[in-house]
Design a protein around this ligand. Sequence first.
Ligand SMILES: *Cc1c(COP(=O)(O)O)cnc(C)c1O
Length: 385
Amino acid sequence: MKDTSPKKRIYLSPPHMGGEEIKFVLEAFDSNYIAPLGPQVDAFEHEFSEKVGIANSVAVSSGTAAMHLALRCLGVGAADEVIASSLTFIGSVSPIIFQNATPIFIDSDRSTWNMDPDLLEEEIASCLKKGRLPKAVITTDIYGQCADLDRIRDICAPYDIPVISDSAEALGSTYKGRSAGVGAKAAIYSFNGNKIITTSGGGILASEDELIIKYARYLSQQARDATPHYEHSQIGYNYRMSNVLAAIGRGQLRILDERVRAKHRIFAYYKKVLSGIPGIEFMPEAPYGCSNRWLTVVLITPEKFGADREEIRMFLEGDNIESRPVWKPMHLQSIFKGCRVRGGSVCEYLFKHGLCLPSGSAMRTDDLERVVHAIKKVGSVIRRG
Ligand SMILES: *Cc1c(COP(=O)(O)O)cnc(C)c1O
């Protein structure tokens, strides 16, 4: 008899609580600090800075808000251009538009999928010729793999162009032994529900530069001047993280290393079981770092595999398994039509053929087996020619 009961949905990367979060949340309740700001936020910022190794940080409502504050603090405004990676999530670059500045997109390096430093160098040389240097460069640590930050900093240093590291996907990753984001002028992190650890929604802006964080903190609280009445000499935002969510973050931070190990276990499983199959290739790992493997991502060569990326994704969906195409490059988005892009074919290829596999840190072996079984089955069902 055919089993018609609906199968449990396997999500791409759902939230995964560790158990200690509730303790800190109760602390927040017991002290009646159910408001933005409060001791949990202070403690979360402190513990985060300690864990990552960046002296100052401010907890905010999202990673996008953190990026917006970073740009504002670095003085990005209407007349400015900002260079960013085309292969990224919108939250990385929409703040450029919030500031009425203009993005310039750079293609990925095929061996890391991150911003290609050679193309960045070319673009900056071209900017120099035009007499208009970018106000900042935003690198994205894609799917947890760190961008080549030292090389990118070396390219930017002669012109004093600050580098902002979008490490939203890379908490727990390392670059030359340092935590993702360390070494950038400012770094942003996200605690959105699908990230490696979550506060259900939130972000952090971190910097060695105390003045940046001080100014960001001020802007994130409606730019209230130091007066007893509400005096505002600048326009700010309501971007602060709430004390309750910071409590969740404190619990999550304590199990970050465990989550990284779980993501590595998932990657290792997929790699072992799928890497022999023709037409499946895994996202490469750069020699300079260790990715947290936030998501396991594969590239499909349809001619060899027998089905294309979309056919696989739809087939998995039919089995109630969530997977997702690689980020659609920013230079292909209609909202960025007309923006400058240097290169583009590499990230276009990654978008066309890349598939993010379910990588939730709570996945059990039978979940993984179900995904792998479905992928193997696509071939026999769809296989062409
Ligand atoms: C998640 C993410 C962000 C920030 O997202 P929020 O949902 O605003 O926290 C920024 N950049 C990248 C690359 C991301 O993946």
